[in-house]
Design a protein. Structure first.
Length: 372
């Protein structure tokens, strides 16, 4: 049985006008004009051979598709419609596969098309401590002797560790076929979740102390942001876990039994990630209760002190209200500046109270937000 690559080569030999004919993407496939230019990187290797080079013209990939070596073609960026069209022709991709590749909001999934296995995955790259993460779609097209991967943009990925293993011939990766390469890349995508979740654990721990000691509106916004990001992570890893489980259970001839054993370990990692995400979501939800309790306690302390002030001035106001201060002899009534001196005393008293409240932290932005 001929592989897809050999069928393509035969088609090109019979039809010299193959690349001269107009190439069009299906109507339901639209390339984002703001996407970055598509770069093609080829890594071709065997146990005792390694080649890595950038490809300008997709037609230059053809000599590598009829070899017994493993060819990893990595396309970074979805901004070049012509390159995507030529790739579709060279690898004989179904229009629905091209649609899944270009539409980057696809849910992680597994699809089998004749002699190709299509894997849609979601890659997470941490931005830094407390800075969130990048999220992009990665499409895998697994063939008999090649693996085609398509990324949204060329600036971030988690595949460098796999590239180093191939270049330096570490482990068994150069002794295995394309299915093991696909596993290694999927494993790198899954492992990238762990440092990100570790960062979320540290942020939640710090937020817990902040919510108890000094709750503010910024604390509340951060809690909501973390809950929203964790929900997005859950929506990412959940279908990814199901997709890897499908790879293990399906009877595709492109995945060997040996690689299925490795994929079980990858599946176990996704289960661990799911547990961590669920635990952190519960902790983030409990932080809301801690925040509300701390704000309530702070309000109680403020109300206690204000009540003391009220009880001090209440009897004085009561006595002044009964007598009306209508005494015949009141000091200062005949002074020329008596009225303005009284106004100045009122301003000084009000200013002193405001300074006192400000020093206690009752008049800053967070206190007013807590009073809302």
């Amino acid at each position: 049985m001929f592989t897809i690559k050999r069928n393509v080569l035969k088609k090109i030999k019979k039809n010299k006008e193959f690349y001269n004919q107009p190439i069009t993407l299906p109507e339901n496939i639209v390339v984002d004009e703001n996407s970055q230019h598509s770069n093609i990187c080829l890594i071709d290797y065997q146990e005792n051979k390694f080649i890595r080079q950038n490809i300008d013209n997709p037609e230059n990939l053809l000599p590598y598709l009829d070899r017994e070596s493993v060819s990893w073609i990595n396309i970074q960026g979805l901004g070049s419609a012509d390159i995507l069209k030529q790739i579709g022709h060279i690898f004989d991709l179904h229009p629905l596969v091209l649609e899944d590749v270009v539409n980057v909001v696809e849910r992680p999934k597994i699809e089998e098309h004749e002699e190709q296995l299509v894997i849609i995955a979601r890659m997470i790259i941490p931005k830094g401590k407390g800075a969130g993460y990048y999220s992009e779609q990665v499409s895998f097209i697994l063939g008999q002797n090649y693996l085609l991967t398509v990324q949204e943009e060329p600036n971030h990925d988690c595949f460098e560790r796999v590239r180093l293993r191939i270049r330096n011939n570490r482990g068994i990766i150069r002794k295995r076929q394309c299915d093991y390469l696909a596993y290694a890349l999927l494993d790198a995508i899954i492992d990238a979740f762990f440092p990100l979740l570790e960062d979320y654990g540290e942020r939640i721990e710090a937020l817990e102390q902040e919510a108890i000691i000094n709750p503010s509106r910024q604390t509340l916004r951060t809690i909501y942001q973390i809950r929203r990001e964790l929900l997005q992570l859950r929506r990412t890893i959940w279908p990814q876990r199901d997709a890897i489980n499908s790879l293990i259970r399906d009877s595709s001839t492109l995945i060997s039994d040996e690689v299925r054993i490795y994929l079980r370990d990858c599946y176990d990692h996704t289960v661990q990630i799911m547990d961590l995400v669920e635990n952190y979501r519960e902790l983030a939800s409990s932080l809301m209760d801690v925040y509300l309790s701390a704000v309530s306690n702070k309000m109680n302390e403020i109300m206690k002190l204000l009540t003391v002030f009220s009880w001090i001035f209440l009897p004085l106001t009561f006595i002044a209200g009964i007598y009306g201060m209508n005494f015949q002899y009141i000091p200062g009534l005949n002074l020329r500046w008596g009225f303005w001196i009284c106004i100045l005393m009122m301003v000084l008293i009000a200013t002193s109270l405001l300074l006192f409240f400000w020093q206690r932290g009752w008049l800053n932005h967070s206190s007013w937000s807590n009073l809302d």
